[in-house]
Design a protein around this ligand. Structure first.
Ligand code: B12
Ligand code: SF4
Length: 475
């Protein structure tokens, strides 16, 4: 059987003028996971439109398309094209799960939720000639999965070919997050077995790993055993975790010993009322500054994530947030405009209040205002978002952030890492066009490896040491 698997791109990722590096970071792991269930004699092609031009002239028997909200229209266009040619089209992913009725007219079968239970069921039905129009996931497990077909991934096109997930979902339930909508009808958080996770890591070549798990530290027992197993492997890795998990003693130290060098942390807002509004109680009453100092003292860089446009946000939110992030020495920041994804609690609230201003999904990219904010004008919110990026990544800000580091090497790493992402965008653009993204991976590894003075396994400084250094500098 000929199978074509497609990750369609949003328009920005295909621009002939400029290609942001973020679309050449990670390969389509979801599709490679699904490919693992196909037979070895099936002819499978995975195409990721973010990094290559799609070949739409082929004649596959089965077409599998992963649909995100910002690529939904493109996904439907490709689906219609292949259906007109007589191929059987299967659509799944986050957006299909949120809005099945919108996706269904473009597909022969749609899939709601994760695919580990429904996809093999479909393949059996399809081969027997009676596939169903809708498959809804209910059994949530990562036990006994076939190996991911990483051989089908064009590694050289990505800066971070070794992306990996060892869990699905998250133990929390924030109102704006995709998670509750995607995992409804079954468990919303579950992990692989430790042995399977370690085996998957062993299969990945090179040193660098990027865990795409929503919350790698979400199950402390699992995370602890994973980090124990990774100790001594010589890996360098990046991941995402919550403020709460960073502040807990013990686990973070183990992660660092296993090679953690940069953590994506969802701070979201500095305003406790907004945290309550979004049901993000796990961040309430946490000392964000202490979390950052603790990460830095262990040699871990911080990618802070912030959301603008919550109901309590006023005109000053942008400058206050950026100043705070710089003063705390955060290396990289990701800003978002609050975006109500369909079927989330936030979407339902906005809809009930009549505040949604567009259902053009192309604009649901966290860069556009798609609802009526409470205390901000939409144009102020959008301008403030761009202003925040500009201010945070100005050389002056980067140097100010770097100067908060207690050591010279720490400051240098800050400049190299923060500057590398945003100040060399023309270089990234060129490298992407030359289809050489992966060749810059050693540079990323060097920056991650040499940040701070700690080598894996070196004794750990207490956060208080950093506080002392801060006090000396301030005096
Ligand atoms: C890595 C990532 C990216 C990467 C690359 C994506 C890629 N190559 O797949 C980059 C950096 C490019 C990216 C960009 C963006 N992202 Co993003 N990203 C993620 C992240 C962290 C992990 C995705 C992943 O690999 N998961 C692991 C794999 C194994 O799972 P999976 O892909 O979901 O696949 C499974 C199922 O979905 C299902 N499935 C999927 N397709 C199909 C099809 C069929 C037929 C079947 C049967 C099953 C099926 O089966 C798979 C196995 O279970 C997710 C968060 C998350 N946890 O999902 C956000 C996430 C997907 N991103 C999101 C957003 C908003 C964006 C951006 C708009 C952000 C921005 N401001 O730029 C852009 C635009 C994306 C686009 N191109 O349209 C949202 C999506 C919201 C939505 N409702 O669609 C998420 C959920 C983050 C969030 N919490 O809000 N992203
Ligand atoms: S902690 Fe993060 S991943 Fe978990 S529900 Fe909240 S926003 Fe989603």
């Amino acid at each position: 059987m000929k199978v074509k698997m497609i990750l369609p791109a949003l328009t920005e990722a295909k621009s002939p003028f400029f290609r942001p590096i973020k679309y050449s970071l990670f390969p389509p792991l979801g599709l490679a996971t699904l490919a693992g269930y196909l037979d070895l004699d099936d002819e499978i092609v995975i195409q990721d439109e973010h990094v290559e031009v799609l070949d739409l002239s082929d004649e596959p028997d089965l077409v599998v398309i992963q649909v995100y909200i910002t690529s939904a229209y493109r996904a439907y266009q490709i689906a219609d094209h292949y259906r007109a040619k007589g191929a059987y089209v299967a659509l799944g992913g986050l957006h299909v799960t949120s809005l099945p009725n919108e996706a269904a007219p473009h597909a022969d079968s749609i899939f709601l939720g994760p695919g580990e239970d429904t996809w093999p069921q479909f393949l059996r039905d399809f081969r027997q000639g009676h596939p169903a129009p809708v498959y809804e996931s209910s059994i949530r497990t990562l036990i006994g999965l076939p190996p991911i077909r990483r051989d089908l991934i064009k590694r050289h096109l990505y800066l971070v070919p070794n992306s990996i997930v060892v869990s699905r979902g998250c133990p929390h339930a924030c109102d704006f997050c995709y998670k509750e909508a995607f995992f409804k009808g079954g468990k919303g958080y579950y992990t692989q077995t430790i042995d399977d996770a370690l085996a998957e890591i062993e299969r990945l070549p090179g040193r660098h790993l990027y865990f795409l798990d929503d919350h790698l530290f979400g199950n402390a027992r699992f995370a602890s055993a994973l980090f124990d197993g990774m100790k001594g492997m010589g890996r360098l890795w990046q991941a995402a975790g919550t403020v709460q998990s960073v502040l807990k003693p013990g686990l973070l130290e183990k992660a660092v010993e296993a090679g953690l060098r940069s953590l994506f942390v969802g701070f979201e807002t500095l305003n406790p009322n907004s945290l309550r509004e979004q049901n993000k109680y796990q961040n309430l009453n946490r000392d964000y500054g202490a979390a950052i100092r603790r990460l830095h003292s262990l040699g871990v860089m911080v990618n802070g994530s912030f959301v603008f446009g919550m109901d309590d946000d006023e005109d000053d939110v942008f400058d206050r947030t950026v100043a705070w992030a710089i003063d705390n020495g955060i290396e990289t920041a990701t800003f978002h405009i609050l975006t109500p994804y369909p079927d989330t609690a936030l979407y339902q609230r906005m809809q009930a209040e009549g505040r949604l201003t567009t259902s053009n999904w192309d604009l649901y990219d966290t860069r556009h205002v798609v609802y009526q904010p409470k205390k901000l004008k939409p144009e102020t919110l959008e301008a403030g978002y761009w202003h925040a990026y500009r201010e945070f990544y100005r050389w002056g800000s980067i140097l100010r952030g770097a100067s908060t580091k207690p050591t010279w090497t720490g400051s240098m790493r800050h400049v190299a890492y923060a500057g590398g992402w945003k100040k060399f965008e023309p270089m990234w653009d060129l490298v992407i066009r030359m289809k050489r993204a992966t060749q810059l991976l050693p540079l990323l590894e060097t920056i991650l490896a040499e940040f701070g003075r700690k080598a894996p396994g070196a004794p750990i400084t207490s956060p208080d040491d950093v506080l002392t250094a801060d006090a000396i500098r301030a005096s």
